[in-house]
Design a protein around this ligand. Structure first.
Ligand SMILES: [Zn+2]
Length: 263
């Protein structure tokens, strides 16, 4: 644990991350794979352009809300040379769970019946497929919540993956459907979208990497950064840019593109 003593997470978070990545260099675990997902895209604008500029440095999986898709987003994605894949962020990002029962918000729960949810997903998929040629049939559930009972029907509808939040428990819950979640969210939603701070965000990344190395988490699941371009403050943007640069510069780290994670 000498490494941790020299690069304490609280006082030297970037050194702490470098120490963890160094452990992947010397270990027998192979590359420390990462990936990058950004949620809630609907339209072009200065924030989306800022995101796409950053994405010229690393492959980006952009989760788009089909029912709110503005034609300006399709145009922006058609024009960019950044390596972007488009995922399906639910259908309309609406909560269908009953209120007042502390259930949280669910669009992809079973509160309105499975058929209604699957119909929405197929409709949304047709919208995205028709508008954007960078579409990958992977579902990003709004609020990172999906009832796992829906998994069985998804491959038959043409989906090959689901991405929510937290270490995956299995790689393939049903044949033909791969999970790869996100593990770091640098936005503090309880504080109105402020940056969580470097120590908290890097702590989430290092926790997942350490769990992968030790066998406490699936070593083959790429560690995911989840950003929200519409909501991030200056601190979260700066963190995202520095993280991408740090990972691209470290010999043990590799940022994978979404098509590789959802075969
Ligand atoms: Zn969302």
């Amino acid at each position: 644990m000498e490494r941790d003593a020299r690069h304490d997470l609280q006082t030297d978070p970037w050194g702490h991350l470098a120490g963890e990545l160094d452990a992947w260099t010397t270990g027998a675990t192979g590359a420390a794979t990462f990936w990058w997902r950004d949620d809630d895209a609907v339209a072009d604008g200065p924030k989306l352009q800022r995101l796409l500029t950053l994405a010229t440095n690393a492959p980006l999986a952009l989760a788009v809300i089909p029912a709110r898709l503005d034609s300006s987003l399709a145009a922006a994605l058609g024009a960019t040379s950044a390596p972007v894949s488009v995922l399906q962020h639910g259908f309309a990002h609406l909560n269908h769970a009953p209120r007042g029962q502390r259930l949280g918000a669910w669009e992809l729960g079973l509160h309105r019946g499975e058929a209604a949810v699957l119909d929405d997903l197929v409709t949304g998929r047709e919208i995205l497929e028709g508008a954007i040629d960078k579409f990958l049939p992977v579902i990003t559930p709004p609020w990172n919540r999906i009832d796992t009972q829906l998994y069985a029907a998804l491959p038959g509808l043409g989906y090959r993956g689901v991405t929510a939040f937290g270490p995956r428990e299995v790689a393939q819950p049903v044949a033909g459907l791969t999970l790869n979640h996100a593990h770091c969210d640098p936005v503090n939603w309880k504080k109105g979208g402020l940056f969580t701070g470097e120590a908290k965000a890097i702590g989430q990344i290092v926790a997942h990497l350490t769990a992968r190395r030790s066998g406490d988490a699936d070593a083959a699941e790429a560690t995911g950064l989840l950003t929200h371009h519409r909501d991030m403050d200056a601190g979260a943007w700066a963190f995202t840019a520095r993280l991408i640069d740090t990972l691209q510069a470290h010999p043990a780290a590799r940022i994978a593109a979404a098509p590789e994670l959802f075969p």
